[in-house]
Design a binder for this molecule. Structure first.
Ligand SMILES: *Cc1c(COP(=O)(O)O)cnc(C)c1O
Length: 379
């Protein structure tokens, strides 16, 4: 949610749920999905389940025609349980147990990611004939939550691996990359698509005709700071595809997570304590009942900077450090980043942390210090 969401405000006022809690407006999820479909009509959308696996979200996206990107056996089951067909599931994690590949294959999943030879060998043993795509390394410059280094291999290696895929009886289907989550540099897709197109040409020389480009996620939610509009992202992607593939456009897959659910969620939290470290310290410490371990993991290194709304907004403001409720000193949300919350804010006030629909509810500990994982309400 970017500003006040009336439906969520009404729910919070009437239901008075225990805090902290996450409230998701399913209408906003639907709108975000449709916006992406409108601006990237050529792309098949695979929603990245990890961003928020709430069954209501999966069910609604399924009804809208979405496919799904899963990373584990449990996420596969979550989709299958909602009646999502195996043909609409992509096993996009490049790090899989062989028995989990076998499980997904047995359930009918036929689309798998890889970025190394050992993974390819696992796939050839347990998912014979499946369509496979190789993830390549990209820089992720400009992303607030980079996914670099851990995933993908050098394009030269990827070319070799896709050849090997064919020799192993798999179907070398395409190339994927992820330019980093909450990516605000639109030029990042151009470099990645250029590399991908070069791989298509090289492989065509040995009669391997790749068909698919998977451009990953990276589209933004609205935190503090401006981000380009979805239409600009879509235009950047399409311009890069036409520039590097000409008229021979490949099948296109996009795997959005953050941009589909991020803005749909609001966390309501209660102020537990407001204090100072010394009498003259101008900085107040504001402790909330939500922190790094029960929903706000992406404040790690202060990477994601959420907008915060309080009942005292409009009054005078002063500098603050914002922290969570646990006994771990790492549970500080913002100390270096300038946050000035209202001076009239009181203990017991409810604050709203906006655009918290992605990477919150399941990105929480199971109960560190006895603080329960974040409860989700989908409305
Ligand atoms: C996490 C992830 C996504 C979603 O990325 P967002 O930036 O949230 O859109 C897409 N694809 C893969 C392979 C991922 O791991």
């Amino acid at each position: 949610m970017r500003e006040t969401n009336k439906k969520i405000a009404k729910f919070l006022a009437e239901a008075q749920p225990e805090t902290p809690c996450l409230v998701i407006d399913l209408d906003v999820v639907g709108q975000a999905y449709k916006l992406l479909r409108r601006y990237l009509p050529l792309a098949r959308v695979f929603y990245a389940v990890k961003a928020n696996p709430a069954p209501e979200i999966l069910g609604m996206l399924k009804d809208l025609g979405s496919s799904f990107d899963v990373a584990s056996r449990a996420e596969t089951d979550l989709c299958l349980e909602r009646g999502i067909g195996a043909e609409n599931i992509s096993f996009g994690n490049t790090i899989k147990k062989e028995r989990d590949i076998a499980y997904a294959y047995e359930k009918g999943v036929r689309l798998f990611a890889f970025d190394s030879e050992p993974e390819l060998e696992k796939l050839s043993r347990t998912a014979p004939g499946a369509r496979v795509f190789c993830r390549i390394l990209v820089e992720c410059t400009g992303a607030d939550w980079p996914l670099s280094r851990k995933f993908g291999c050098a394009p030269e290696m990827a070319v070799e691996l896709l050849r090997r895929a064919r020799d192993l009886g798999l179907d070398p289907y395409g190339v994927s990359f992820h330019v980093g989550s909450q990516q605000t540099d639109l030029s990042q897709w151009d470099g990645a698509i250029e590399r991908t197109a070069r791989m298509f040409s090289l492989l065509a020389e040995t009669d391997i005709n790749l068909r698919m480009v998977n451009i990953g996620g990276g589209f933004p939610a609205h935190y503090r700071g401006d981000v380009p509009a979805v239409v600009n992202y879509a235009n950047a992607v399409m311009a890069a595809l036409t520039k590097h593939f000409g008229n021979n456009l490949p099948e296109l897959i996009v795997e959005p997570g953050r941009s589909v659910v991020g803005d749909a969620g609001v966390i309501q939290s209660e102020v537990v304590l407001i204090s100072r470290k010394s009498a003259k310290d101008p900085k107040r410490w504001i402790y909330l009942d939500v922190g790094k371990f029960n929903g706000l993991a992406e404040t790690m290194d202060e990477a994601i900077k959420y907008k915060i709304k309080t009942p005292a907004d409009g009054g005078p403001r002063g500098p603050t450090v914002i922290a969570g409720p646990t006994c771990d000193s790492a549970d500080i949300l913002y100390e270096r980043t300038v946050y000035r919350l209202p001076l009239d804010l009181k203990v017991g006030d409810k604050v709203e942390i906006l655009s918290t629909g992605a990477y919150t509810s399941t990105y929480a500990s199971v109960g560190f210090n006895g603080f329960a994982p974040l409860k989700t309400y989908c409305i």
